[in-house]
Design a protein around this ligand. Structure first.
Ligand SMILES: Cc1cc2nc3c(=O)[nH]c(=O)nc-3n(C[C@H](O)[C@H](O)[C@H](O)COP(=O)(O)OP(=O)(O)OC[C@H]3O[C@@H](n4cnc5c(N)ncnc54)[C@H](O)[C@@H]3O)c2cc1C
Ligand code: FES
Length: 252
């Protein structure tokens, strides 16, 4: 799939949960890889200068769907854009999930990590993979995309306060430890997957500048064939095999 840097027109900007927005823009990507992301110019001025990385939630040739949470200046500015405004979007970027030969899978999403897993669930469903979908949120009002996920597999929910589904962690819901896991969420979730020695993939987040492997600002260490190697999250990831990342050196 070719990477493009194009001004997309906003078709929809909708609040779907407290501080969480669904952004639909015109023109999309026909063949993106679930787990890939885009770099979004949040305002037409030079402040903030850097674009913000947002995962592709879903896309086809006519539209691109992004779900984002307002956490700081950039995402606040993004939320102030209106239908009809234009946003420059660079993508698709990075390496997504590897799922083509998977017969049975468990998707494990946490909080604002859930959106890229929707495109993955859809793609796996379309290729005939049997998918079990486990989604975790702090509380019911933050439970996003649940009905959309139900189109592609059995969905189980966990909330920390017990307001929806199981009270506790999403990892409590993992029953069949033999299936390949596809995860996106906060890092403690990944530590739990590693503690139980589960196999599959997780998607990492790091502060990013260029988004294309040039500035080295998103470097991490991984274990590869028993040796330590450097990897750029934006270019070599954001998806990595569970257990490969050497934690403890966030650069932000
Ligand atoms: C590959 C990738 C995919 C992402 N996909 C999504 C997505 O689909 N939806 C979504 O809401 N967010 C996503 N993010 C996180 C998003 O990029 C940040 O929340 C955003 O850049 C924050 O910008 P800001 O200017 O609003 O906040 P800032 O003012 O820059 O920061 C505010 C707070 O957010 C934290 N933060 C900023 N950037 C990141 C980051 N990259 N990772 C973790 N914490 C960060 C800061 O440490 C700070 O606490 C993704 C990040 C990456 C790297
Ligand atoms: S953000 Fe520049 S190398 Fe990854």
């Amino acid at each position: 799939m070719n990477t493009t840097d194009v001004r997309f027109e906003i078709l929809e900007q909708k609040k779907i949960a407290p501080d969480i927005y669904q952004l639909l823009v015109s023109k999309g990507y026909q063949n993106f890889q679930p787990g890939q992301f885009v770099q979004v110019e949040v305002s037409e001025t030079l402040e903030p200068f850097l674009r913000r990385p947002i995962s592709i939630c879903d896309a086809n040739q006519n539209a691109l769907k992004l779900i984002y949470k307002v956490v700081g200046k950039g995402t606040k500015l993004l939320s102030q854009n209106k239908v009809g405004d234009k946003l420059r979007i660079f993508g698709p970027l990075g390496q997504g999930f590897v799922y083509s030969d998977i017969k049975e899978a468990t998707i494990v999403g946490g909080g604002i990590g859930v959106p890229p897993l929707l495109g993955l669930a859809k793609a796996m469903y379309q290729q005939g993979t049997k998918v079990e979908i486990l989604l975790g949120f702090n509380t019911e009002s933050q439970a996003i995309l649940v009905d959309e996920f139900k189109k592609y597999g059995r969905v189980h929910i966990a909330t920390l306060d017990g307001s929806l589904g199981h009270r506790g962690l999403v990892t409590d819901l993992i029953k069949d430890q033999g299936k390949t896991i596809f995860a996106c969420g906060p890092e403690p979730l990944y530590h739990t997957l590693e503690k139980y020695n589960l196999k599959g993939y997780y998607s990492l987040e790091r502060r990013m500048a260029c988004g294309v492997g040039v500035c080295l600002g998103c470097n991490i260490n991984v274990t590869k064939d028993g040796k330590t190697a450097r990897r750029r999250v934006c270019h070599d990831g954001p998806v990595f095999p569970i257990g490969s990342v050497i934690w403890g050196e966030r650069l932000d």
